[in-house]
Design a protein around this ligand. Structure first.
Ligand SMILES: *[C@@H]1O[C@H](CO)[C@@H](O)[C@H](O)[C@H]1NC(C)=O
Length: 529
């Protein structure tokens, strides 16, 4: 305004004053007028609803280290990285990782710096139960999780615990892991021990992280431990057993602990958005089928009115199995009792989301997929649009509108369940000036708010991740952290990136200001945390 005033010196002062006050009165009116609407004072500042919760997430094997300390036994990631180190792209492992086993107080300090409402972390089964079974409850493990939980609660940060984030005790893998139907008992026993030890203080429980990755990538492919590559067979056994095991843990809590502790139990699905590659009916059907085969197969049994797998998937696998000479469907059926047991077994819809694929079906795919396999059963091909922004991860391109479409489809198809976004985040190769990550969070949170404006019941959001960590087969080559971790120094120094400052401001103001530029000099802990 002062620049304009200077230029218009020849205009009489009273007129200028008048114009300015008129203008500011008009602006004030606009501001007030807009404030009552869904979109707040300016188009580029949007508010989150009252009671919305912000957090970050990590997983035990990716951050803890202390792989054999105080009685912890070997899990499938210890086994894989020790027996076949260079299966990991930088030949690294999680022996030390972020050393959170020793540095948990610094982790909680970072949570306070960010002003988080909750922190989602996972429990290491082989740290709590070294034999895999409840005959030995490891005191070292109990102490570690008690220390972490109590340190968080001291500052009013709610723990949200994932019971299983991919690190099965190796001894249980040798007995077949998730392909053995007894895993339902094993997992239920483990869950009971965790509820018993920590349930008095932990109100949010998640049974299993990303069933699709556990079964499809670990049992049906070689992308995650235990690299079984049992396509079209082991991967489907895993699906059924995992769902019943999840339901077992849910019912144990619901029947025996819920009235006492009042917490909630859910599951964290991973869902990509599958967009038809063209307007053709065939591609539209292909996208629907791929959705059913990859993540609706876990959602439908829990969230639909009827329960059970999506009908299209049952039909297709049964038909292909018969054609291929199998005596029964390779997709193990649920009994009616199991259908009822699994249906409704979740207090909230946990959702991990990162990316979108284009899906098609034409001649080219029929010979391309191995037989049998999920891809052959589903008869689809998929790819990323070449124009979409890349990340450091090959499977991951940035598509914010896919998040909006995904949330909308869950609202419309599954009766608008309460959703916790249990993971969402961006990978690059590191560096503190992460404008790419800042842009990612702003665009994905905007897309989420678009869906919420239309009624999606999203109640919580966890950024993946609090800090860099061991990214599975990619080792430390892909960085997802709000805080950078220095793996060259034994102290595993954590330094906030620009995105940490931006996320902190979102949490503090409960709003998304697309123009906010942080001062990234000093990270402080605000009052109240
Ligand atoms: C099948 O569809 C894909 C994706 O649209 C396309 O790249 C490919 O050329 C098509 N192949 C045939 C044989 O039509």
């Amino acid at each position: 305004m002062s620049a304009i005033r200077g230029k218009k010196k020849n205009i009489s002062s009273w007129r200028l004053f008048d114009l300015n006050s008129l203008l500011s009165a008009f602006l004030a009116f606009c501001t007030l007028g807009l404030a009552g609407r869904v979109q707040t004072t300016r188009d580029d500042v949007r508010r989150f609803p009252d009671g919305f919760l912000f957090g970050t997430a990590t997983a035990s094997y990716q951050v803890e280290g202390g792989w054999d300390e105080d009685g912890k036994s070997e899990n499938i990631w210890d086994y894989l990285t020790h027996t076949s180190p260079c299966t990991i792209s930088d030949c690294s492992n999680g022996d030390i990782a972020d050393d959170s086993y020793h540095l948990y107080k610094r982790d909680v300090e970072m949570m306070r710096e960010l002003g988080l409402d909750f922190y989602r972390f996972s429990m290491s089964w082989s740290r709590l139960l070294p034999t895999g079974f409840p005959d030995q409850i490891n005191e070292g493990g109990v102490n570690y999780y008690n220390n972490l939980i109590n340190e968080m609660l001291k500052y009013n940060i709610q723990p949200m615990i994932t019971l299983y984030h991919w690190d099965l005790p190796q001894r249980l893998q040798e007995l077949g892991g998730w392909a053995n139907p007894h895993v339902v008992d094993w997992f239920g026993d483990y869950a009971r021990v965790a509820f018993e030890q920590f349930g008095d203080r932990v109100k949010y429980w998640m049974t299993i992280n990303e069933p699709r990755e556990v079964c499809d990538e670990g049992y049906g492919d070689v992308n995650l431990a235990p690299l079984l590559d049992s396509k079209g067979i082991g991967e489907y056994m895993c699906v059924k057993n995992l769902l019943v095991a999840h339901a077992r843990a849910y019912h144990i809590y619901n029947d025996e602990y819920k009235s006492k502790y009042g917490g909630e139990v859910g599951i964290a699905f991973s869902a990509r958005w599958y967009e038809p590659a063209s307007d053709s009916e065939i591609d539209i059907q292909a996208a629907e089928d791929f959705t059913a085969f990859t993540w609706i197969k876990y959602v439908h049994p829990i969230y639909s009115e009827t329960g059970d797998y999506p009908p299209i998937m049952k039909e297709k696998v049964a038909a292909k199995s018969a054609e291929q000479g199998f005596f029964r469907s390779r997709l193990p059926e649920f009994t009616q009792e199991e259908i009822e047991y699994v249906r409704g077994s979740s207090d909230f819809f946990g959702l991990n989301h990162y990316t979108t694929f284009l899906v098609y079906r034409n001649e080219s795919i029929y010979d391309a997929n191995p037989v049998p396999s999920l891809f052959d059963d589903a008869d689809i091909g998929s790819y990323h649009h070449p124009d979409w922004e890349e990340t450091a991860s090959s499977w991951f391109k940035v598509v914010p509108w896919g998040f909006y479409k995904l949330l909308t489809s869950i609202r419309e198809n599954y009766n608008n369940p309460p959703i916790f976004i249990t993971e969402n985040g961006f990978s690059n190769r590191g560096g503190l000036q992460d404008d790419d990550r800042v842009r990612f969070y702003r665009n994905y949170l905007s897309a989420m708010l678009d869906a919420m404006d239309e009624g999606s019941d999203v109640r919580a959001y966890a950024a993946w991740s609090l800090m860099d960590n061991f990214e599975w087969l990619s080792g430390y080559t892909e960085r997802f952290g709000l805080y950078e971790v220095d793996y060259d120094c034994p102290e595993r120094t954590r330094t906030p990136r620009k995105s940490a400052f931006v996320y902190k401001e979102i949490v503090r103001t409960r709003a998304l200001d697309l123009d906010y530029e942080p001062d990234t000099d000093v990270m402080t802990i605000d009052e109240g945390h």
